[in-house]
Write a protein that binds this ligand. Sequence first.
Ligand SMILES: [Zn+2]
Ligand SMILES: [Zn+2]
Length: 352
Amino acid sequence: MRPSELLIPTPAGLWCPPADIYIDPVRPVDRALITHGHSDHARAGHGAVLATRETLAIMALRYGEGFTGERQQAVPGETVRIGPVDFTFVPAGHVLGSAQIIVESGGLRIVVSGDYKRERDPTCAGFEPVRCDIFITEATFGLPVFRHPRAHAEVAKLLESVRVFPERTHIVGAYSLGKAQRVMALIREAGYERPIHVHGAMEKLTEFYLSEGAVLGDIRKVVAAERKSLGGEIVICPPSAIQDLWARKFPDPVTSFASGWMRIRARARQKGVELPLIVSDHADWDDLQATIRETGAGEIWVTHGEAEALVHWCGTVGLKAKPLHLVGYGDEGEAEPTGTEPGLEGADAAAF
Ligand SMILES: [Zn+2]
Ligand SMILES: [Zn+2]
């Protein structure tokens, strides 16, 4: 089988015709394989979803139990055969439950990495490199300017600021799924023991992480009426909330944002971020290259992000590469999902 017969980029997402499934489709489809729970990859309204137990649970939390007609759990490392194609989910190190998907048929092996990172994350299983013929990668931070510092060093900056400004509330913007809980876990690893306060929008996901064993310590939901009393405390909220009126009710707030984008100072200034923290859940420029080499793939397909720069680099080291120009991915969590889409009742049974 030729690679172009096994996986095809379409407006709905990556389509595997022999199995008739889509991976991370951005439009409702009959059968979807989902790499992880971020809203740009995991959407409601499919006929059937195959994903890890954690991703299925996250989708149900965000969209409601009716987010899909059928659901099937993918156990990491176990192969599911659909038609003539074998699919295997393998940890991607991006957020809780995140997976790469190995797509294998007729001796051809393609790995769809989804979003991934290589830096250690105490809240999810680490990325496992898989040897393959074709590696499909994201390139969110696929430019040489993106070299992420170690996350624990960035969190140390936050704790130092808390020490220097003991009367001010430190408000940290972080994506509700993954980044927020990773920052909490890193704060705990640094030895900070006071309660961490969270915006109501991330309460359910944080409770899910706790129920899955994440070590986040004493987490408390912010009560609007008590904001004035939270001087000197750490508050974690969705990125959009740091500029809200909501944030201004805390005593003399220090505005912070944990994101790979904080590597760009102008972006921090533009968002009014006083304390930028470069904490990313995506591979940086060096890790994209290292990962591509580790897979041993001779051909690289780039899904989204800075595809041109990464494709160019592949050419310089003798790898075949092309951008897939998939649309609808990137900046997950900036826009929070709105809810379950209607019309799921008539979905087919036994979809996989
Ligand atoms: Zn993601
Ligand atoms: Zn993404």
